[in-house]
Design a protein around this ligand. Sequence first.
Ligand code: ZN
Length: 210
Amino acid sequence: MKNYKNFKAAIYCPVSNLISITDFEEFGRRFDEIEKHIKVSKVYLETYRHGTKIEKDQIEKAIRFFKQRGIETSGGITTDWVDDGEGGFNPLCYTDPAMKDMLTDVVEFTASLFDEIILDDFYFTNCRCESCINEKKDRTWAQFRIELMKEISEKVIIGPAKRVNPKVKMIIKYPNWYEHFQDAGYNLEDESKIFDAIYTGTETRNPTYT
Ligand SMILES: [Zn+2]
């Protein structure tokens, strides 16, 4: 199917959906239905979310599937943690060495597969654990978090990604709760320079509740 003239339609594919594909032929028939109605130019294939990481073999199958259809493939990462059952978001703790190692591993894995990666709009923190309180010292939460996320962006995201794949273009996607960015560590001043691109604005979701 030919693409649109003045814009591209892209689909973000969460990792659980990609893992659930057991039969790519059958999936192809279902994707045909989507392509009857939307000219898909690009897919973001997510490698990690909610503590779940995709196997290399499965993501490679997904990449092959879309490339065979002439659809551009980019990577996606949602930087959050396992659902604690209390409702709300579950961001990572960016002062926890084990979580930083886990994220580095995900970033390296994803950069080995794609030349472009988007961070879904969970790249923030509201962690108030003992370790974060200790590192915060006498700074405000906003000051502590924007400085922390600048460091994480350089050392855990961009550095490892470009070491594995110097060509990789890293995109940060910002959410729409603008007035709370700094409180949760979103650092527009520095991140706009550290990352290769920013994504914001257009997104459609389930039409019945978002
Ligand atoms: Zn913490």
